[in-house]
Write a protein that binds this ligand. Sequence first.
Ligand SMILES: *Cc1c(COP(=O)(O)O)cnc(C)c1O
Length: 356
Amino acid sequence: MSKYWSPIVHRLTPYVPGEQPKMMQLIKLNTNENPYPPSPKVLAALEAEASGQLKLYPDPNADLLKQAIADYYQVSPQSVFVGNGSDEVLAHTFCGLLKHDRPILFPDITYSFYPVFCQLYEIESTIIPLTEDFKIRVDDYLQPNGGIIFPNPNAPTGCLLPLDEIARLAANTDAVVVIDEAYVDFGGETAIQLIDQFPNLLIIQTFSKARSLAGLRVGFAVGNPVLIEGLERVKNSFNSYPLGRLAIAGAVAAFADRAYFEKTRDAVIASREWLTQQLESLGFTVLPSAANFVFARHPQRDAPELAAALRERRIIVRHFKQPRIDQFLRISVGNDEECQALVAALQEIVALVPSA
Ligand SMILES: *Cc1c(COP(=O)(O)O)cnc(C)c1O
């Protein structure tokens, strides 16, 4: 605490990202990064850009990237907004589209950055509990609100809401409905195809997960140009150049290499299915995942103890000390070797007599 801080700063409880260990030789299954490197074409584009004009500012509108995203999803570039990671796109969305007189709605179990943005921008929220089986029930959201936001597939559950339910939600809501599709490529269908029908629907995606570019920091939103203009006004009141030259060049190259994207995505999906089956045979309950992680619990084993035992074996997973899910572990899908090491470690740990 300091008298030099603005009053709002005293009230903030910042988001705590999953650990990025400095220690080497850890199997890192805690922050849902892609186990595969980005496309070699991305690396070539970064090298070319780095030997180019780094002394000059980047294009403040990142038009090349907007056009690449627009072409990919067959929308107009005026329907595309880009930012320094989807966390920044989310921040501008909370500030520019979700602050109204009525509270916004989001699930009790969801991306834990949402309540942090609410604090920062002083936005009221009403928390809507997921069902017993951790699903989003659209009917629970059909009440007066200042906006609705959730990830699809949801995080950290991995559960997917079908597209027709998103359409039903957007059709029956006056305010903005934001779908955070950070993981959609691993098992969902994007709601971008619905934006022409619903002017209140905003879709947010990231290059961090399915495109293996968490280190580059690129995210984007697609929606009606009126929503995008709202975001541009906030962005241009905050930072004119959120994306550097490297970020723009790398992201454009990532979208251009469809074959590499499909190959790595399919490998992650295959590993997720294998991992799910292995965990189930070890007695775990695994929620059906459409993402690049699984959310699992063992009926006889304490989740924090399992996480600690894994850590002793140099494997890190994510545990959330939060009601309803404090006996679950969120495990990112690794490459074959990492998944096998995890299963082998859990076989050992589960075979031990529990510390009564
Ligand atoms: C990872 C993640 C993000 C953040 O993505 P960045 O583009 O890396 O900022 C946003 N939403 C959800 C649900 C995520 O899991």
